[in-house]
Ligand binder design. Structure first.
Ligand code: ARG
Length: 397
């Protein structure tokens, strides 16, 4: 190994990994900071990488790509793993893997490294992504090989004179990007224990009980394009919606999930923009998609969420499903009205030029154009087989 590209986060683990990699492999280490909209100050992390011994550091801006190629498709597919988790961490992993591979190529690296532990899903997503994008690259996961505790990591940093200020010892493991914030470990490992308020950051309520706010979200072919009539790039829209909904304490998710590596884990997520956008998007779809497409799409959404969660993003099936979802969004254009309140929100209105809701058919008031005589004949045929079975005594009532 001559040159290793390390996915660097700025935290303790990846900081000491720089030293470990250099000592163990005698290689040059390039720290790659991939920007997927996490709130960290990346300039500071850049300086820290150099400060702790990286031969070179690079900030790779992947924000646009993350939104366009991962988040917008996730909205189109109403993506939730096990019906709850909007997959923020999971969606960013294949993209970071891709950026590592690209950096290795442009910098002449022969290996890539990441800071995942040997217990989680992320190692799978990185490794599988990297192997499929460039089967020739070596992959090193220092935490997996090394397996040291946080105390030992701090000790190692001291010993090797790695200047890293461990700011306020947090017992939690946190991962963030523009689509959401994932929190695990510490007291959260007891699934019966209510999460302490201190773990939340994006959904700290600043509104008073009783406060409400209406919001209008416009979609164009499944892509959110405006908030309250104001056109915005999707990245900015997600950011501002996250702030608005987060201030109402909307977007907290507390779940026990099935990890890919066969264990269950208790996870907390904060994803205010994701939950509001997907719910709004779904409501718009309800207005414009025909029943057959809508029902078939539900099934594919579950499959797509699994593929994203399992690290199978760069795969033929995911490509095929993406084409299906893209086509399904052709008429998903319109406006959705959202009402935000204390720790909750609801969709209270939707409209679209492509709506196939027909008030003349739906109404029970005057103006009704629905001819109930057609229903009679329809039901006759619909129930024909079962009437026959009934006559033959073959129905268990
Ligand atoms: N369980 C989630 C997933 O597998 C989130 C993992 C996030 N990592 C963390 N350090 N909190 O996608």
């Amino acid at each position: 190994m001559k040159k290793i590209v390390l996915a660097y986060s700025g935290g303790l683990d990846t900081s000491i990994s720089i030293n470990w990699l250099k000592e163990k492999y005698g290689a040059e280490v390039i720290a790659a900071l991939v920007d997927v909209g996490q709130p960290e100050n990346l300039q500071e992390a850049y300086r820290r990488a150099i400060g702790v011994g990286a031969d070179k550091a690079l900030i790779v801006d992947a924000k646009e790509e993350f939104v366009n190629d991962y988040i917008l498709p996730a909205i189109g597919a109403n993506l939730f793993y096990e019906k709850k988790y909007p997959l923020a961490t999971a969606l960013a992993r294949p993209l970071i893997a891709k950026k590592l591979v690209e950096t290795a190529k442009s910098e002449g690296g022969d290996a890539v490294a990441h800071g995942c532990t040997g217990k989680g899903n992320d190692q799978v997503r990185f490794d599988v992504g990297i192997r499929s994008l460039d089967p020739g690259l070596a992959i090193i996961a220092p935490q997996r090989e090394w397996n040291i505790s946080r105390e030992e990591a701090i000790e190692y940093a001291k010993e090797k004179n790695i200047k890293i200020t461990v700011t306020k010892k947090s017992p939690y493991s946190i991962d963030e990007n523009i689509w959401g914030r994932s929190i695990e470990c510490g007291v959260l490992e007891d699934p019966y224990r209510e999460p302490p308020e201190e773990i939340y950051s994006w959904t700290r309520i600043t509104k008073k009980p009783g406060d409400i706010q209406y919001l209008e979200i416009d979609f164009d072919r499944g892509v959110p394009t405006a908030l309250d009539g104001q056109k915005m790039a999707p990245y900015d829209l997600i950011k501002s919606l996250g702030k608005i909904a987060g201030a109402f304490g909307v977007g907290r998710i507390d779940m026990v999930e099935n990890r890919l590596v066969g264990i269950k884990s208790r996870e907390i997520y904060e994803a205010p923009a994701a939950v509001v956008l997907i719910e709004a998007h779904r409501e718009l779809e309800a207005l414009v998609l025909d029943r057959e497409l809508a029902h078939y799409k539900y099934i594919q959404e579950e499959k797509m969420a699994e593929l994203a969660y399992y690290g199978l993003w760069f795969t033929p099936l995911r490509n095929c499903l993406s084409s299906f979802f893209e086509e399904s969004q052709r008429y998903v254009t319109g406006r959705v009205k959202v009402k935000l309140g204390h720790h909750n929100f609801s969709i209270v209105g939707r409209k679209s030029p492509h709506s196939i809701y027909d008030i003349g058919l739906a109404t029970y008031d005057k103006g009704d154009r629905f001819d109930p005589r057609h229903s009679e004949s329809f039901i006759k045929l619909w129930g024909y087989t079962y009437e026959l079975l009934g006559k033959k005594g073959r129905i268990d009532g």
